[in-house]
Each structure stands twice: as C-alpha cells, then as structure tokens.
Write a protein that binds this ligand. Structure first.
Ligand code: TYD
Length: 205
C-alpha cells in the first residue's frame, strides 16, 4: 500500500492525472481509493462547502486553517488509515502540503503552527510520495478561464504566486519525498513519468 499526495495550483491537472494513474493501477489489479481534501468524508464535504463558498461569512485565515485541519483529521481517521490497513493505494488530491502552500504561503500564517496542526490532524500519517504539478500562476489562470470560480480561485495572481513558491520550497526541503512535474505536459506524459518513478522505487505492482 502507498499513500500518494497530489499537489499544485488550482487548474494544474491533479484530478486528470489521478484518473490516468488509477487506470494503470486497475490494469495491474491493484486496489486503490481516490480521495481529496478538503472533503473525502460526509463531514469533510460539509466543511468543504463552508471553505469554498463565495457567499456568507468568509473565515478569517486562522479559522480557515482550523477548518482544513478538522476536515483532515476526519479524513485520515475514516478514509486514509482504513484504506492503508486494507493494503490499498490511496491517491489523495491535496493533503497537508496544501495547508503549508496556501495558508502559510498564500495567507502568510506562521509555518510552525501549520506544521504542528498538520501533525496533530494526521496523527503523523505521512505520504510515501508527493507529486507537485508545477505550473505558473499565469498558466493556472489561463486554464481557469470560463470556469465558475471558488473563493480561492478568486484570489489575486500574487496569492497564487506565493502558493507556488510555497510548494517549490517544500519540494526543495525534501527532494527524496517530492516529485516535481511540469504540469504543462499532457496527462499521458505525466502518467508515464509517474509510473517510471514508482518502478524506480520498486513500488509498482
Ligand atoms: P480543490 O479541491 O483542489 O479545488 P477544485 O475543486 O477547484 O479542484 O481545492 C479546494 C481549494 O482549497 C483549493 O483552492 C486549495 C484550497 N486548500 C487550502 O487552502 N488549504 C488546504 O489545506 C487544502 C487541502 C486546500
């Protein structure tokens, strides 16, 4: 079993890549679950709505962070840990690095508080590998044109540039656990690189 976290700006193509890789796992007969943050559980989906809606009382940055962490705690306990215990792969669309990139990078909250809360919420369940679909804020904005935008997608370009820088800093801090992919490539290309990496690590079923 493996826990793989997919990260990147909105519009970077995480969900398409997750679909591609899951098709590959299916052909290998490997059981897996696809899940996402915020969400992944009924309570998490309710919290997701509170976080992403563009009407009503917007959470202040610290409340925002705590809501993400609450959804995360529920997600780890109810979905991720049970799936790993059943020897499944878990393909997770966003995880703790999103809180570092968005709430520390984007919102400029202190990193140390986020690290502590991430450890508390996950009870130290860490991914085996992080996949960063790296994309410039400019390209991300271009891809989101015409979409109905949530509260984060409506943030200014500078916010998304800080988020990207936050991700790249995380990947630099821990290169053995991060794979940085150029998100401008086609999904099949990205998927092939990912499978090659899994094979290199001796993980491919
Ligand atoms: P996502 O599901 O990727 O959005 P979409 O449905 O548009 O693909 O993520 C929702 C938003 O939540 C995204 O803008 C990033 C943000 N986010 C944080 O700010 N902190 C977090 O810890 C997480 C998990 C997400």
């Amino acid at each position: 079993m493996r826990l793989i976290a997919f990260e990147g700006l909105d519009g970077s193509g995480k969900s398409t890549l997750i679909q591609e890789i899951s098709a590959q796992l299916t052909t290998k007969g490997q059981a897996f679950v696809i899940t996402r943050e915020p969400g992944g559980t009924p309570l998490g989906d309710e919290i997701r709505h509170l976080l992403l809606r563009t009407t009503g009382d917007a959470p202040v940055p610290r409340a925002e962070l705590l809501l993400y962490e609450a959804a995360r705690a529920q997600h780890v306990e109810r979905v991720i840990r049970p799936a790993l215990a059943e020897k499944k792969w878990v393909l997770c669309d966003r995880y703790t690095a999103s809180s570092v990139a968005f709430q520390a990078g984007g919102r400029t909250l202190p990193r140390e508080n986020i690290d502590w809360l991430n450890d508390f919420a996950t009870d130290h369940v860490r991914p085996d590998l992080w996949i960063l679909l790296d994309l410039s804020a400019e390209d991300a904005f271009r891809r989101m044109e015409g979409r109905k935008l949530d509260r984060f997608e409506r943030e200014a370009r500078e916010f998304h540039e800080r988020v990207r820088a936050g991700y790249l800093a995380l990947a630099r801090e821990n290169p053995a656990e991060w794979m940085v992919l150029d998100a401008r490539q086609a999904a099949v290309e990205l998927c092939a690189q990912l499978v090659a990496e899994f094979k290199n690590r001796g993980w491919w079923p």
